[in-house]
Design a protein around this ligand. Structure first.
Ligand code: SF4
Length: 357
């Protein structure tokens, strides 16, 4: 059996299996019991990164259920329906989510390599309350009929959990549509199941094409970046596929300056371009991961801008039903004084440029 299928077969999704990796605390044990009936679990690869003794370990907190998920003060019931505009007048197959005129998200599966407790799709992936019919051919037919769509984001769940033939089928079908200019994949597998990127799959992905493939992964803490992940990123780049990162701002995991800077520097070190930092979205059961809105902008200011390589800076956004809204604290950086612009750098030093009217 291929190593990645072995990882999935041995998914760590019971208390007994989890105890092979860490000393489970009474709180973790109680939460697993209390959240019975919801999906949880991780690949052995990711579980191996857990700190055996520390329940605050950033890997543990992202995948082990917590009783805090039951205290839902700010989470929005029916969040995914709202976020993906599923109750608006336009009729679309369940597989298609739309916030923009020229691009859509195309969900092809609802299973994942790990079940992130902060997931904004958790009503679908974890709670299983939301039932969607993710029919690939129905989605493809809708895309063919909509010439305004030029960019398709293939998502899930995790789209790379489909078999090689299915992945190649979706790519080939999309490439055959004249109005499609680019294909993107959103996947956590380079981080949580790097074994998935086998030579056979890479052969299906590689090459120069009219319609390129872009991949964005999700890494939220430097501890998640292993040698195996670095290798996968390199392999994907040699196939002609750029790899970006979409981190989620998570309280107690990456909301401090040192971790945040280390994460973004390490991403560049393994050739991943930081793309977005997402504000943690108000899906039900995620209160304990959420920070004040300005926190992400502060972190970019205090950890990255001017403090390290410019390529390390993601765009901080709130994802909403009307698209992504960028959040910055930069209004004060450019001031107009008479015929001059006064520009302030990350240390508070100023310089001037002539103003143009
Ligand atoms: S892998 Fe993605 S879709 Fe799956 S649980 Fe994590 S964030 Fe959600």
């Amino acid at each position: 059996m291929e190593a990645w299928r072995e990882q999935l077969k041995n998914q760590v999704n019971t208390l007994e299996k989890l105890e092979e990796f860490i000393h489970v605390t009474p709180e973790e044990r109680a939460a697993i019991q209390a959240l019975k009936g919801t999906r949880w679990g991780t690949t052995p690869h990711y579980a191996n990164l857990m700190d055996k003794e520390d329940p605050a370990c950033p890997i543990r907190r992202q995948v082990i259920p917590s009783q805090s998920e039951l205290a839902n003060n700010f989470g929005m019931e029916g969040y995914l329906i709202w976020k993906e505009n599923r109750s608006t007048a336009e009729r679309r197959p369940d597989a298609i989510a739309r916030q923009y005129r020229d691009r859509i998200a195309f969900a092809v599966t609802q299973v994942c390599g790990i079940y992130c407790r902060h997931c904004f799709r958790r009503e679908l992936t974890i709670a299983k309350d939301l039932k969607l019919r993710l029919d690939i051919d129905e989605g493809l037919a809708w895309i063919r009929e909509h010439p305004e769509i030029r960019d398709v984001l293939i998502t899930g769940g995790d789209p790379f959990l489909l078999g090689d033939d299915d992945i190649a089928y979706v790519i080939d079908q999309l490439r055959a549509i004249p109005h499609i200019e680019m294909i993107r994949f959103g996947t956590r597998l380079p981080v949580v199941l790097p074994q998935r990127f086998t030579p056979a799959l890479l052969d299906r992905l590689r090459g120069y094409h009219r319609v390129p493939i872009w991949i964005n992964t999700q890494c939220n803490h430097p501890k998640e970046l292993t040698e195996e992940t670095a290798r996968v990123v390199y392999d994907l780049l040699t196939c002609g596929i750029n790899v970006g990162n979409q981190a989620v701002l998570l309280k107690g995991i990456n909301d401090n300056v040192a971790v945040f800077r280390a994460l973004h520097q390490k991403l560049l070190n393994i050739r991943v371009r930081p793309y977005y930092l997402f504000y943690c979205e108000p899906a039900p059961g995620t209160d304990h991961f959420r920070t004040p809105l300005h926190k992400g902008a502060e972190l970019i200011r205090d950890a990255l801008r001017g403090h390290t390589t410019g390529l390390a800076q993601p765009l901080y956004v709130v994802a909403t039903n009307i698209g992504k809204i960028p959040i910055t604290l930069d209004d004060r950086l450019i001031m107009r004084e008479g015929k001059k612009y006064v520009l302030t750098n990350y240390e508070g030093r100023t310089t001037e440029l002539d103003a143009i009217d």
